[in-house]
Design a protein around this ligand. Structure first.
Ligand code: NDP
Length: 305
């Protein structure tokens, strides 16, 4: 396994673009691991304590190292920052850990290929405090050769996991996991709003809800087995008829709390019951979710960053 060679004209091992909470943590972990680092941030003066080489422009940062890490805010900020310095990126490896959608990651990979840049997309499953520990995970997809070459550097940050050469895969897994997390958070807050109408504090509700939800996650594997097997009639499942949540929607309305979160769960249940699948398992709502939305592409897809 060999890392990208740093030629004598290059000043440091890694350049990190973006010194927000996450970019600073990534740069700091690299420095702690003994790597030489150049940093750049759009607004000067962020992360003043970092013992890194400071670049005055993105162009200067990009040319300082064979490995360039972008940790900016959105797809647009990566495109706006790197678009004008594409020629300087040629021949280097770009690891983009900015959160982007799968299609945005693919667009960046296509753009990088056009300019002779080796592209690896990263999705961070960690908060800044977890960077530099084994607790955090970072998913990668894109160039396998780049992943193998820079793995000793990536491993400084967290547990690294490669998801394939389709640059969008890491982001897809990341966003799918976050989708589950945010729906769970909203579910908790919805429940907290319901019990607040009779005076229970959110803290008291949290103390009850957390262990309950934690125990319920044991059910994922069973649902997954049914979905993967594609047979929703397997005996022993909770049926859709039994899972009808109309009463939960009504209870929320009766308490004057917006029923939207639970109504969103009831919608595919009702659809599947109406389609005649009431005696089949709850996991069948997966079929409604998969069929509900045609895949979309961004209007500017295919254009250079
Ligand atoms: P911050 O808000 O702390 O920092 C954002 C960074 O992006 C700053 O360096 C900011 O520069 C820069 N930036 C924003 N817009 C532009 C632009 N148009 N051009 C150039 N630079 C720009 O965010 P984080 O550091 O926390 O997050 C960075 C990325 O990491 C995001 O994509 C986030 O989703 C992802 N991430 C963050 C996690 C976290 O817990 N923090 C967890 C997992 C992923 P400036 O200082 O000039 O505004």
């Amino acid at each position: 396994m060999s890392e990208p060679n740093r030629n004598p004209a290059q000043l440091t091992d890694v350049s990190v673009l973006g010194l927000g909470a996450m970019g600073s943590a990534l740069a700091s972990a690299l420095l702690d691991a003994g790597r030489s680092v150049t940093v750049w941030n759009r607004t000067p003066g962020r992360a003043p304590g970092l013992q890194a080489r400071l670049a005055g422009t993105a162009r200067e940062a990009v040319t300082a190292s064979p490995l360039v890490v972008a940790c900016l805010l959105t797809y647009e900020s990566v495109r706006d920052t790197l678009g004008p310095v594409a020629d300087e990126l040629r021949g280097r490896t770009l690891v983009n850990v900015t959160t982007t959608t799968p299609n945005e990651s693919r667009q960046l990979a296509a753009w990088a290929a056009e300019f002779g840049v080796t592209y690896l997309d990263g999705a961070i499953m960690a908060v800044p405090a977890m960077i530099g520990t084994r607790e955090g995970q970072i998913f990668y997809s894109g160039s396998r050769a780049a992943y193998d070459a820079v793995l000793p550097i990536l491993d400084v940050w967290a547990t690294s996991e490669f998801h394939g050469e389709d640059a969008g895969r890491a982001s897809l897994v990341d966003l799918a996991m976050l989708s589950g997390m945010y729906q769970m958070f909203q579910g908790f807050l919805h429940g907290a709003a319901m019990v607040a109408t009779m005076g229970m504090s959110a803290s008291e509700f949290a103390a009850r809800q957390a262990p309950f939800l934690s125990a319920m996650t044991d059910g994922f594997a069973g649902f997954a087995e049914v979905v993967d097997g594609g047979d929703y009639t397997v005996p022993g499942q909770q049926s859709l008829d039994f899972s009808d949540l109309s009463h939960l929607v009504r209870a929320s309305e009766e308490q004057g709390v917006d029923p939207a979160p639970i109504a969103a769960v009831q919608k595919p249940i009702a659809q599947q019951i109406a389609a005649g699948h009431g005696r089949e398992g709850f996991a069948r709502i997966y079929e409604s979710l998969r069929a509900a939305h045609p895949a979309t592409t961004r209007p500017e897809e295919g254009t250079a960053a």
